[in-house]
Design a protein around this ligand. Structure first.
Ligand code: TPP
Length: 668
C-alpha cells in the first residue's frame, strides 16, 4: 500500500476481506467524534465549554485503534483521541458532563477535558505531562504478561511528546521486558507551534524505534482501513508473541493546539493539501464508490448520531453546577481503606538489625501477597545495594523480583500500571536522592489519580535516606518534605527495627501510594528483638519513646536517636515523641505532649527551611498556644547541600545545635 506521507498523494483504500458491515462500523466510528467536535466547536464559541483540544482530521487513528482491540484491552489515550472514548461507548451524557465540570462527569468536576480514565471501559486517561502515560501502559502490559492474559495494551503519544525523557524510558522498559504494548505515535507535524524540525533531528520514527530494539511500522494515519488492518494484525500477533511494537501514524493537526491558540504559524498550503486527505470524507467517497454507502444511509446515520449527541448534551447541560461538599473532596484524596493492625501469631522473637527487619517485612509481604511485585535497580540476583532483597529471586522468581533498567520514572509509572490491573508494587530507589528523576510520576500520577477519577495507586516507594555516612550531596539527602506537601501520598519513616518491619507491612497492605523512608545509617547500627511473624504497625500513630516533664521533643528517624542520647547525656527529663508517620501525622499525640510539658522543640535531620517541623510547629502554635510556656523551637540541618567531608557533614547535621537549643529551651 502506497503511503500518503506527503500531502498531494491520494489515500488508497483496500478493504481486503472486510465485510460491508465492518466497513460501515468503521464509518460510524469516524462519524461520531467528528459530529461531537462540530458541536463542541459551536459550544466553545458560545462559551459553554472552556477549552477544546481538537482531533479533527486525526480521527482515523483513534477509531481504527479502538476497533482493532478487544473491549477489555487497555487503551491509554492523549488529548486528541476522542474516538477512543466514543469507540468504547462511554455514555455521551457522562462525557459531556465531564467537559462541563459537572458532578456526573468521570472526575466529578475535579479534572478537565480528557484527563480521566474509566476502569469499566479499560481506559486510563492522561495527565497534562503527556509522556508519563507510556510507563503506565508498560505496567498494565507487565500485569497481563505475569498473569498470562494474552492481551495487548495500546498507548498514544504525540510526536512532540516523544522528546520527553519519559518516552525514552517507556519504550526502553517495554523493549527490555518484551512487554505486549503497542505505542502509537500520532505524527501530526506540530507540538503546539513547534514544527517537528525543531523537535527532533531524525526524519521518521521508523529510524527511532529500531534504536530501542522495537519493531516499527509506519502507516497512513488518515486511512482508517490502514490503521484498523495494521493494528488488528499486529495485536493478534502480539497476543501470541508478547513484544512491543511502535506504530508511526502519519497525519496532520488541522486545527490549533487548542482552539484559542489558532494555526497562524502553519503554512496555508500545507493545510489545504492535508484537507484533501480528510479521513472521514475520503473514506466516505471510497464507501460510496464501492456501493457500501449511499446518500440515504449516510443521512440516516448522521441523523441518528446527531440526535444522540443533542440529547446527551442537553441532559448534561441541564445538570446543576456542582455544590461543593468539603468533606467529600477531602475523602476523595485516598482510596478507602480500613486499617486493621495485625499482631504476630506467635511470641517468638529474634534479634534483628534495622536492615533485616525491612528485609523480613518485605519477604513476609511477598509471601502474603502473591500479587506483589518488587522492582528496582540491582534488586534481583545481586540483592540490592543494601542487600535487602538478598535471596528473594531464589524464593519468588525473577518475574516478581525485577531488576530494572536505570529509569526511576518509568518504573514508578509501571507500578501504577500494575495497580490498574489489581497488582501491588514496591519500587526500591537505590538511594532516596534518585527519586528526583521519578518525582513527576509520584506527585502528579500516583498522588492525584484517586482524587481525579477513583483509580488507586497501590505502590510503595522505598527510600534509603539520610546523611552521616560521608556520601556527599547525592547519596545523603533527606527529601521527605518534597512529598509531605503533596496531597494523596502517605509517608512513613520508622526509627527502629520493630516499626521498620511493621510499617513496611502496613504500607504494603494499604492500596494507597506510600513513601517509606529507611535511614541508611541505622541499617547495621541498630538491633532489637522483634517478632519473627508477620505483623503491622498502625499508620498515622506517633509513639512516645521517652517520658519526662521538662520538655517535649518531637522528631522522627535519626532525630529519635539524637534526642535520646541528648536527654540521657544532658540529664534532661523529656517526652520524646517519634512521629513514625509523617503523612498523615498524628495531631493528638503532638498536642498531648505539648500540653503536658508546656515546652516543645522539633528536631529533624532535613534542612531547616520548609521542613516537616515548620508545619508541625505552625500547627502547635495555632492549636496549643495557651499551653506553651516558651517559644516553640526547631532544629534541623543547615540550609546547604549535604557536604561530603565528615567534619563538614557533622557541622551540617543538627545534633550539636539541637543540644544547645534544648538547653536554652529548658532554661527559658
Ligand atoms: C511536560 C509538559 N510540557 C509542556 C506541556 C505543554 N504542552 C501541552 S501539549 C503540547 C504539545 C504536544 O505536542 P504533541 O506531543 O506533538 O501532541 P499534539 O498536541 O501535536 O497532538 C505542549 C507543549 C505539557 N503539557 N507538558
Amino acid at each position: 500500500m502506497e503511503l500518503a506521507t506527503t500531502p498531494g498523494k491520494l489515500l488508497r483504500f483496500d478493504r481486503k476481506n472486510l465485510s460491508d458491515s465492518k466497513l460501515l462500523e468503521l464509518y460510524e466510528g469516524l462519524l461520531i467524534p467528528r459530529r461531537i467536535e462540530e458541536k463542541m466547536l459551536i459550544l466553545l464559541r458560545q462559551g459553554r465549554i472552556s477549552k477544546w483540544f481538537s482531533g479533527w482530521g486525526q480521527e482515523a487513528i483513534s477509531v481504527g485503534a479502538v476497533q482493532a482491540l478487544q473491549a477489555d484491552e487497555f487503551i491509554l489515550p492523549m488529548h486528541r483521541n476522542l474516538g477512543i472514548f466514543t469507540g468504547r461507548n462511554v455514555p455521551l451524557d457522562k462525557l459531556f458532563a465531564q467537559f462541563q465540570g459537572k458532578k456526573s462527569g468521570f472526575t466529578k468536576g475535579r479534572d478537565r477535558s480528557f484527563h480521566f480514565g474509566s476502569s469499566e471501559h479499560h481506559i486510563v486517561g492522561m495527565i497534562s505531562h503527556l509522556g508519563p502515560q507510556l510507563a503506565i501502559a508498560d505496567g498494565i502490559a507487565l500485569a497481563n504478561k505475569l498473569s498470562k492474559e494474552k492481551k495487548v495494551t495500546l498507548v498514544f503519544s504525540g510526536d512532540g511528546a516523544s522528546s520527553e525523557g519519559d518516552f525514552h524510558e517507556g519504550l526502553n522498559v517495554a523493549a527490555v521486558w518484551k512487554l505486549p504494548v503497542i505505542f502509537v505515535i500520532e505524527h501530526n507535524g506540530y507540538g503546539l507551534s513547534t514544527p517537528n524540525r525543531e523537535q527532533f533531528a531524525f526524519k521518521n520514527f521508523t529510524d527511532k524505534g529500531p534504536g530501542y530494539g522495537i519493531e516499527t511500522v509506519r502507516i497512513e494515519g488518515n486511512n482508517i482501513l490502514d490503521v484498523y488492518q495494521t493494528i488488528s494484525k499486529l495485536a493478534a500477533d502480539i497476543r501470541k508473541k508478547p513484544r512491543p511494537v511502535l506504530i508511526e501514524a502519519v497525519t496532520f493537526r488541522m486545527r490549533g493546539h487548542e482552539e484559542a491558540s489558532g494555526t497562524k504559524y502553519v503554512p496555508k498550503q500545507l493545510m489545504e493539501e492535508w484537507a484533501k486527505l480528510d479521513p472521514l470524507e475520503t473514506y466516505e467517497s471510497y464507501l460510496e464508490s464501492i456501493g457500501v454507502l449511499d446518500e440515504k444511509k449516510k443521512d440516516q446515520l448522521n441523523k441518528r448520531v446527531r440526535k444522540a449527541i443533542t440529547e446527551a448534551w442537553e441532559k448534561a447541560f441541564a445538570e446543576e453546577p456542582i455544590s461543593p461538599v468539603m468533606e467529600e473532596e477531602i475523602l476523595g484524596v485516598y482510596a478507602p481503606f480500613e486499617q486493621k493492625t495485625i499482631s504476630p501469631t506467635s511470641d517468638k522473637v529474634s534479634e534483628r538489625r534495622f536492615v533485616d527487619a525491612i528485609s523480613d517485612g518485605l519477604r513476609q509481604s511477598m509471601e502474603k501477597y502473591p500479587n506483589l511485585v518488587l522492582m528496582g535497580q540491582d534488586i534481583g540476583e545481586y540483592g540490592g545495594v543494601f542487600k535487602i532483597t538478598d535471596g528473594f529471586v531464589k524464593q519468588f522468581g525473577e518475574d516478581r523480583v525485577r531488576n530494572t533498567p536505570l529509569c526511576e520514572s518509568a518504573i514508578i509509572g509501571a507500578g501504577l500500571g500494575l495497580s490498574v490491573k489489581g497488582f501491588k508494587a514496591m519500587v526500591e530507589m537505590q538511594f532516596a536522592d534518585f527519586v528526583s528523576v521519578g518525582f513527576n510520576q509520584i506527585v502528579n500520577n500516583l498522588a492525584k489519580i484517586h482524587y481525579r477519577w477513583g483509580q488507586n495507586a497501590d505502590v510503595v516507594v522505598r527510600m534509603p535516606t539520610g546523611a552521616g555516612v560521608a556520601a556527599g550531596p547525592f547519596h545523603s539527602q533527606s527529601n521527605e518534605a518534597w512529598f509531605f506537601h503533596t496531597p494523596g501520598l502517605k509517608i512513613v519513616y520508622p526509627s527502629n527495627p520493630y516499626d521498620a518491619k511493621g510499617l513496611l507491612n502496613a504500607a504494603i497492605e494499604d492500596p494507597n501510594p506510600y513513601l517509606y523512608f529507611e535511614h541508611k545509617a541505622l541499617y547495621r547500627s541498630l538491633n532489637a528483638e522483634i517478632p519473627d511473624e508477620y505483623y503491622t504497625v498502625e499508620v498515622g500513630k506517633a509513639q512516645l519513646v521517652n517520658e519526662g516533664d521538662q520538655v517535649s521533643i518531637i522528631t522522627y528517624g535519626m532525630g529519635v536517636h539524637w534526642a535520646k542520647k541528648a536527654v540521657t547525656e544532658m540529664g534532661v527529663s523529656a517526652d520524646i515523641l517519634d512521629l513514625r508517620t509523617l503523612l498523615p501525622w498524628e495531631r493528638k499525640a503532638v498536642s498531648e505532649t505539648v500540653k503536658k510539658t508546656g515546652k516543645a522543640i522539633f528536631l529533624q535531620e532535613d534542612c531547616l527551611t520548609g521542613g516537616i517541623g515548620a508545619e508541625i510547629c505552625a500547627w502547635i502554635s495555632e492549636n496549643c498556644f495557651e499551653f506553651l510556656d516558651a517559644p516553640l523551637m526547631r532544629e534541623g540541618s543547615l540550609d546547604t547541600p549535604v557536604p561530603f567531608a565528615p567534619n563538614l557533614e557533622k557541622q551540617f547535621l543538627p545534633e550539636k545545635r539541637f543540644r544547645e537549643k534544648l538547653r536554652k529551651l529548658i532554661e527559658y
